[in-house]
Design a protein around this ligand. Structure first.
Ligand SMILES: [Zn+2]
Ligand SMILES: [Zn+2]
Length: 321
């Protein structure tokens, strides 16, 4: 439960990154939060838009409420009815959600291209969000940011305490943002892509760093290659020992990672200090991720973005003279 401020974590326990992966590295929770951000609040409304069972929906709503991402409010007492409202904590997820939309739109083919566009009200243009450094305003990619563990860092503390069961109530893959969920909607996958961004390329590195079962790491690496976010390369001096390198599509996932970590460290605070300290190497300042409009370069703020309705059958012959 939260009073609206950050959660103070136990000393020596799971850090902000681990907390975030435990909460958001769950397919159903991400979907529920996405619908919540679009205005849905009631149990029946969530049931209507997702093929989710009663038990799973109840569990996720309870969990998101316990962690301050939703606020449960009774709106009728006889019979008892509650609704689930977004909180400051969940409302600040919008930059990450926007980054997810952009990545899906750019990298997942026809499904992504069919997503509705966004308009920046300040300049009136349809836009894509651009990841920039708040200190200097320059666009930033993964290679421009140096990451180092902070006082509460380390891989052991950055993966969720509870081990994930093997997709017991997996989301049908036809739902929204399937590829993001493939990477982000599984806590080990998120940790793995984080390790890749930190320069790990070998199976043994991933295995040692994450402490996950080898079969699980092998399965995740295979699925990342199938998804096209990693590609295998043979080691020059050790043929037969493949390395796993990020592709352009994989590197383009960086804004989602950066914004989710930033969100985590805002809302979950370890007494020792941050889990991850990131520096924009070009300007030397701490890297604070900031989204700008790629058309006018102004910073994006909440409320300045509207969804452009999808026009059905743009090419239909009846629609043209
Ligand atoms: Zn900078
Ligand atoms: Zn703009």
């Amino acid at each position: 439960m939260t009073d609206g401020g950050p959660t103070l974590l136990e000393p020596g326990g799971t850090n902000a990154v681990g907390q975030m992966l435990g909460l958001l590295g769950d397919e159903w929770s991400l979907l529920i939060l996405g619908h919540s951000s679009r205005g849905l609040t009631r149990y029946g409304e969530f049931r209507e838009v997702m093929p989710i069972s009663n038990s799973v929906l109840t569990h996720r709503l309870t969990r998101l409420t316990e962690h301050g991402l939703l606020e449960r409010r009774i709106y009728r007492t006889n019979p008892l009815r509650a609704e689930y409202l977004p909180t400051a904590r969940s409302r600040t997820l919008w930059p990450m959600m926007l980054a997810i939309w952009e990545w899906e739109r750019s990298w997942t083919g026809p499904a992504g291209e069919a997503l509705p566009l966004r308009r920046h009200e300040a300049c009136g243009a349809e836009f894509a969000p651009l990841l920039t450094c708040r200190a200097c305003g320059v666009p930033v990619e993964a290679r421009d940011v140096r990451a180092a563990w902070g006082p509460s860092g380390g891989w052991e503390r950055s993966v969720p305490a509870s081990s994930t069961r093997r997709r017991p109530d997996s989301v049908p893959n036809s739902l929204q943002y399937p590829q993001t969920l493939e990477i982000f909607g599984n806590r080990w996958s998120s940790a793995l892509i984080g390790a890749a961004f930190r320069g790990m390329v070998r199976f043994s590195q991933f295995e040692t760093a994450l402490g996950a079962p080898p079969t699980l790491i092998a399965e995740r690496l295979r699925s990342f290659c199938a998804l096209g976010v990693l590609e295998t390369r043979q080691h020059a001096h050790h043929p037969g020992r493949p390395e796993y390198h990020l592709t352009d599509k994989g590197r383009a996932f960086f804004p989602i990672t950066a914004l989710s970590v930033q969100w985590a460290q805002k809302w979950f605070v370890s007494p020792e200090g941050p889990a991850l300290v990131q520096t924009h190497t070009a300007c030397g300042h701490d890297f604070v991720a900031h989204l700008a409009c790629d058309q006018c370069r102004q910073p994006l703020v909440t409320g300045s973005i509207t969804i452009v309705p999808v026009i059905e059958d743009r090419t239909t012959p009846e629609g043209t003279p």
